[in-house]
Write a protein that binds this ligand. Sequence first.
Ligand code: NAD
Length: 503
Amino acid sequence: MTDTLRDPATSSDIRRYQHFIDGKPGSGSGEVIARYSPVSGQVVAEYAAGTEADIDAAVLAARNAFNSGVWSDLPGLARGRALNRLASVLRNHVDELIALDAAEVGTPQRVARGPVEAGIGQIDFAASLASTLHGEIHTNLGPDFTGLLVREPLGVVGLIVPWNFPTLILCQKLGYALAAGCTAVVKPSEFTSGSAVRVAELALEAGIPEGVVNVVTGYGNPVGQRLAEHPDVDLVSFTGSTATGQRVLESSKSNLKRVSLELGGKAAQIVFADADLDDAVEGVLFAAIHNQGECCVAGARLLVEDSVADEFLDRLAKRAGDLRLGGPDDEADLGALIHPDHMRKVLDYINVGVQEGASIRAGGGQLDHPEYAQGCFVQPTILDNVTPTDRVFQEEIFGPVVTVTRFSGADEAIELANVVEYGLGNTVWTKNIDKALTVTRRLHSGTVWVNTTIDGSPQLTFGGYKASGYGREMGKAGFEEYTQIKTIQIRTGTRVGKFGLLS
Ligand code: NAD
């Protein structure tokens, strides 16, 4: 069934979500969180405001499901088939998931579509990995010994998800955790919890047993915090800000659980004079404004070679001025920022940039949208003449704001790109393959794109360097994050009484 929903902000339809624990909805304490659309200012959804007790119940359900073997003991092929069914059910509901994410994030549905579809693609790929889990056998230890390295699922995993791409980021964790045989407790953002609850319901519909996928909605504290510190959780995979990631790490100490951290970014777009400038203008623009700049790999810093800088900026500013801002149902290029406080933070950063000496080449303030008086819209903004010590160069703004800094030659471009504390994703625009390869090798980031940007594929592992976190998602490395290795050593010979480290 395909279910296309209108933006409830315009149909006055409020969707209500409960927790999903052990295959059943549950309202917990009965307290709710209202989600106000940042486009219309109206309530579009209500989520149960979870408590520590709700997390405890969800972790118990996940533990019981794990220990029962109902999921972890299935042959990999069977888990893969179930994940294929999940991908298929999600695909039947793709328009519904797009509408939910768009309404709650405040982004146009046409912008939300790609990430939601990519999230379903993650489940497809994770399904294909489920049967590939295997270990190693060592027969070169001497005639009396056989060694086995067995890869086992980690157990119960906590998945903490941010608000910017709710379905995508959930799927790029959940698919791989389930493929490995783990059971999960999901904690979505308190701003965008709808699609996580729906994915859990649809997982049950796809035949994934009760207790394998649980969702508790609510605030970071107490819900996320309890999940991160819970003594019966084996790993927390967290995506969010660097500051919250540090708190998650602190909480995880309780039982020394594993932690995977996908944190903030301050990506550079490096445009060399020998780039295809038509292509680069479009790529730099897309990277700056995709999902209204609320993207961990947003191209927040344009580094442009000085010989083409003026021409490039003229073209970029013209294109930025053409962009349309609108609501979930509009034919718009970008939407509203997630909530009024975040909008004020982004506007403050623009002011800080100007005080630091930047000049505004496009945008520069809030947009008074003719249709949405309450809308948290910020104009796509280009801040020119930004220097590397400026706060707007160093700090994550998480809005449609791109800083511009000129460079001369590859060495200076690399130095500028690497001078920030983050290291998530950078992009290089050049037609010179030697230069492209040399520069990519010297950039300190988990991903480098060349002549494309914010692209990806489930096969391609993703993660941060430096303050952008550690641990990996997607691909084989992302899959293996949800496993641990057991070593089994077997003596089959007749060497009586000889033990220890024999060589
Ligand atoms: P956030 O850190 O405020 O929240 C992320 C999640 O953590 C939410 O579900 C929140 O409720 C929860 N949380 C809050 N306090 C917690 C606590 N004490 N313990 C446990 N959980 C807690 O981030 P956000 O504002 O939702 O998202 C924006 C940030 O996420 C940006 O910094 C962005 O760069 C980052 N991000 C990173 C990636 C990546 O892959 N590296 C992807 C998307 C977003």
